[in-house]
Design a protein around this ligand. Structure first.
Ligand SMILES: Cc1cc2nc3c(=O)[nH]c(=O)nc-3n(C[C@H](O)[C@H](O)[C@H](O)COP(=O)(O)O)c2cc1C
Length: 194
């Protein structure tokens, strides 16, 4: 299929983006990260509240520290089946990603509405990255890095505004083994009512 129009490029990016769970460690360029961060803040939000921040973390030690804290908090859960699952799959929360965009959110007046906004920011990041040939993983488990005793410390180190909490994070980098594929979409979930 000829892929000349912008619309087809967008659809192709949506079709081919996949969750990467093994990064090579190579850092995307500053220019690519700038484009991705700008795509993040281009995201629509309810009543244009933009109750988020977009924090690009490239610091290796900080990422290790956040990962170790997340694993510690997961291990401390009464039900530690998620922790066991992660350990049985290599013990990585952040899969050696060189970069993580952290998206903290404030509280919307309609409770929970800010999380929709957050999800859209995450998808903008993932799709912008994919369109630049950069792999990504939307990482909900990143919440565990901010769930324990060091929550205040990490919020301060990352520069969360007062009252903001972790919403989502997106890992970015290049696949250690390129050529992954996304989940197989279930087209039976689509109905059309005429
Ligand atoms: C909100 C959200 C949170 C997610 N959190 C994690 C996570 O913490 N760890 C992980 O390995 N994958 C995570 N994923 C990735 C999903 O598992 C993945 O999108 C799904 O399996 C479909 O695969 P695909 O993205 O390759 O199509 C998350 C995805 C979303 C949308």
């Amino acid at each position: 299929m000829k892929k000349s129009s912008l619309i087809l490029d967008t659809i192709e990016t949506i079709r081919t983006r996949y969750s990467c769970r093994a990064f090579s460690g190579e850092m995307p360029s500053d220019e690519a990260l700038r484009i991705i961060a700008e795509a993040a803040v281009q995201a629509p939000s309810g009543i244009n509240r933009q109750l988020w921040r977009v924090i690009v973390v490239k610091n290796k030690e900080l990422l290790y520290d956040l990962e170790a804290e997340g694993l510690r908090n997961l291990a401390a859960l009464p039900d530690n089946s998620m922790y066991e699952r992660i350990m049985s799959r290599g013990g990585k929360l952040y899969y050696n990603a060189p970069c993580m965009i952290v998206v903290p959110v404030g509280k919307a007046e309609t409770a929970g509405a800010e999380l929709f906004d957050c999800g859209i920011v995450a998808e903008n990041i993932a799709l912008a990255a994919a369109s630049l040939g950069i792999n990504s993983l939307i990482c909900g488990l990143s919440a565990f890095s901010f769930a324990g005793e060091r929550r205040e410390e990490f919020s301060r180190r990352l520069g969360f505004p007062d009252g903001y909490e972790i919403g989502i994070a997106v890992l970015l980098g290049y696949a250690a083994n390129p050529g992954g594929t996304p989940h197989v979409p279930d087209m039976s979930k689509i109905t059309v009512i005429e």
